[in-house]
Ligand binder design. Structure first.
Ligand SMILES: N[C@@H](CCC(=O)N[C@@H](CS)C(=O)NCC(=O)O)C(=O)O
Length: 319
């Protein structure tokens, strides 16, 4: 007889207890799980938090000790975990803490949290002061980048993932279209393009060393090429927006919050080049700016570090 204990600390949705399961494994009959083991697995499958250590122990258990448990069984149990997480996370969301830097791309996630109506905390990580490469933050996100969202005992990084997760936690809002819709695909198309093209182009201007290394000629080449590319990117934003009120149509979504950040950046003094007119983009930014949640967030970020806003986005209430 071999005891295998799994503790998660999270309350079980079945019994409310904090210990998830204790598996009793008989090495000799490991191919056929005992009633206790089955009960243990089922019990574990209903754990709310699905913490990494439970996942790891579970895989070891299933693959290492119970070779005849089929992948299909495992899949079904995973589905059960996910459906419980879906059912409980919107009604009882995990504690959310956003690590952000003023006016960084994390502003989009900050706006999404405020728009969601969910309770959350924020921690400022000032990139300009190098706080993002301090040990405390690297423990949260080893790549040293914001945004990072701590959700319960999980850290989520990458704006697109964070924006999607926050929006999914607030299904009563219009923050993201429902799964399996074309509008949802469009939301991801926008976010992925913003992350991989728009953001990358700005980064090439602000921090060309990221791509050029320390060679001064390469730095100039990367920056100058990116300035030209930014013009084309901004024209493409105009085209993609079309005549819609918001990026996805008639309702505000996380895509608009994300676009808003890069509208602000287009006024950064480091650009130093003439950019094409941003008529539709400017109208969208003004619409986003008129939202109380957006002003609340920018005011909060300004309390940490004041940053310039485009002239038409007056900030009378920023005191
Ligand atoms: N692909 C990431 C990019 C994150 C990113 O580059 N964040 C910047 C701020 S806008 C950052 O933290 N830079 C600090 C650094 O990389 O040193 C995302 O979309 O979240």
């Amino acid at each position: 007889m071999n005891d295998h204990a799994v503790h998660s600390g999270a309350p079980c949705v079945v019994c409310g207890g904090s210990q998830i399961a204790i598996f009793d494994l008989d090495e000799d009959t490991a191919a056929e799980p005992s009633a206790n083991t089955r009960a243990g697995i089922n019990h574990a499958a209903l754990s709310v938090d699905s913490p990494p250590e439970l996942e790891a122990a579970w895989e070891k258990l299933v693959f290492g000790r119970l070779p005849k448990v089929t992948l299909e069984t495992l899949r079904q149990r995973r589905e059960r975990i996910e459906s419980v997480e879906r059912a409980t996370s919107t009604a009882n969301p995990p504690q959310l803490t956003l690590y952000y830097s003023p006016k960084a791309c994390s502003l989009a996630s900050h706006i999404a949290l405020e728009e969601s109506g969910l309770p959350y905390k924020v921690v400022s990580v000032d990139i300009r002061a190098g706080e993002n490469v301090e040990a405390n933050f690297l423990k949260i996100n080893p790549s040293g980048a914001v945004p990072a969202l701590v959700a319960g005992n999980t850290v989520i990084t990458e704006s697109q993932a964070i924006l999607t997760y926050i929006a999914d936690l607030a299904p009563e809002t219009t923050l993201i279209p429902r799964p399996a819709t074309r509008a949802r695909a469009r939301a991801h198309e926008w976010m992925n393009w913003i992350s991989s093209s728009v953001h990358v182009t700005y980064r090439s201007i602000f921090r060309p060393q990221t791509y050029a290394g320390e060679d001064p000629h390469a730095i100039t080449a990367v920056r100058e090429h990116a300035k030209k590319k930014l013009g084309r990117i901004l024209i493409e934003v105009e085209t993609r927006l079309g005549d819609s009120l918001y990026a996805l149509g008639s309702e505000f979504s996380v895509v608009d919050a994300y676009l808003f950040v890069f509208y602000l950046w287009s006024f950064d003094e480091r650009i130093q080049t003439e950019l094409p007119p941003r008529t539709r983009y400017g109208t969208l930014a003004a619409r986003v700016w008129s939202r109380p949640a957006v002003r609340t967030v920018v005011a909060r970020e300004h309390a940490v570090r004041v940053y310039a806003l485009p002239p038409e986005l007056a900030f009378a209430s920023a005191a």
